[in-house]
Design a protein around this ligand. Structure first.
Ligand code: SD4
Length: 323
């Protein structure tokens, strides 16, 4: 998140959230008492998701209900202009949305990629998991499925014209590809010791129509193993996908690494072999079965939200230093 984006978020954020933005000690999160889930989420707007998820669980919802509720809120708010239909448009001028949800106890997973005109992609992803025999649906098929499920939609009758105009337009190959991006990724360990996770994004701004990022790709933007822990990503999806980053972070935790150590190790591991080095622009969050959290970023200060025992705060970590 750029400083301009942080400022925009700051203007819209409650004062209590801003106060907690300032400090960011990374510390062990104690194992949860029977008093609500432990959660970690990307970016300062993740605090809103954490709080909404905690409320849902406190009302009797499942961990999965909490994940869906928290992410739906960010999709509704279009926080940071990077999630949901208020998110960043693709090169043809309209949003194509990615989302993914995962349930530890059943090892259930559902995802949608490049979906148009559906208000809550996270709910579409959950319906893929709960109400289809598939794990991932993309593009027009994902939209059809969501409509069949009765999910909220917006008018997309102008999209064909936008596509046609984009195809006709003389495209400038020198136009900068980078037009901003962010993702809400939310991980939870509930009072039963079960793990849940979800993510939602409009993906990289200015992406080619049809581009699918890391977020809905299993083991890339999100992965969890109910016996070990969960990990999520934000940043340039191409640089996350090529390394199956969240799968590797979970495997590192399986080998005994603390989530903080595993997130940092993943950044170093990618930067050591990738031509972009530490300029990759990738950020990771992780949560283990003991309720310990971690976060790391390759090239920027990375704010994220942590919630436990009914309280939540925004913390941040500096970019990992080169070794
Ligand atoms: C994507 N990883 O589609 C997402 C965007 C993001 O911070 O998270 N940016 O590439």
């Amino acid at each position: 998140m750029s400083s301009a984006k942080l400022l925009l978020f700051a203007l819209a954020a409650p004062a209590s959230l801003l106060a907690s933005c300032a400090s960011a000690p990374m510390q062990d999160t104690p194992a949860p008492a029977a008093s609500g889930p432990v959660m970690i989420a990307t970016w300062p707007f993740g605090k809103l998701a954490v709080d909404a998820a905690a409320e849902k669980v406190a009302e009797g919802g499942s961990g999965l209900d909490g994940i869906e509720e928290g992410i739906r809120l960010i999709e509704t708010l279009g926080s940071d202009g990077s999630v949901g239909l208020a998110g960043r448009p693709n090169a043809a001028g309209y949003p194509q949305l990615d989302a993914y949800i995962m349930e530890g106890p059943t090892r259930g997973a559902g995802s949608v990629g490049g979906m148009e005109g559906i208000v809550h992609p996270i709910t579409a992803a959950r319906r893929v998991m709960d109400s289809s025999r598939h794990v991932m649906l993309v593009g027009e098929g994902a939209r059809w499925f969501a409509l069949e499920q009765g999910l909220e939609t917006v008018d997309v009758s102008d999209l064909d014209a936008k596509k046609a105009a984009w195809v006709e337009r003389e495209r400038d190959p020198a136009e900068p590809a980078e037009k901003g991006h962010d993702t809400i990724t939310l991980l939870m360990l509930d009072d039963n010791g079960d793990l849940y996770g979800g993510c939602s994004t409009s993906g990289a701004g200015g992406k080619l129509p049809g581009r699918v990022g890391d977020s809905p790709v299993l083991g890339a933007g999100l992965f969890l193993d109910n016996e070990v822990g969960a990990a999520g990503a934000t940043g340039v999806g191409e640089n996350v996908m090529r390394y199956s980053a969240t799968t590797v972070i979970v495997e590192m935790m399986r080998q005994g690494m603390h989530p903080q150590e595993a997130c940092e190790a993943m950044v170093h591991r990618i930067a050591a072999v990738d031509p972009l080095g530490y300029e990759l622009d990738v950020c990771f969050i992780a949560l283990d079965k003991q309720g310990r959290t971690g976060a790391a970023a390759s090239n920027q200060r990375f704010p994220f939200a942590v919630g436990e025992k009914g309280a939540s705060e925004v913390r941040s970590v500096d970019a990992v230093s080169r070794r």
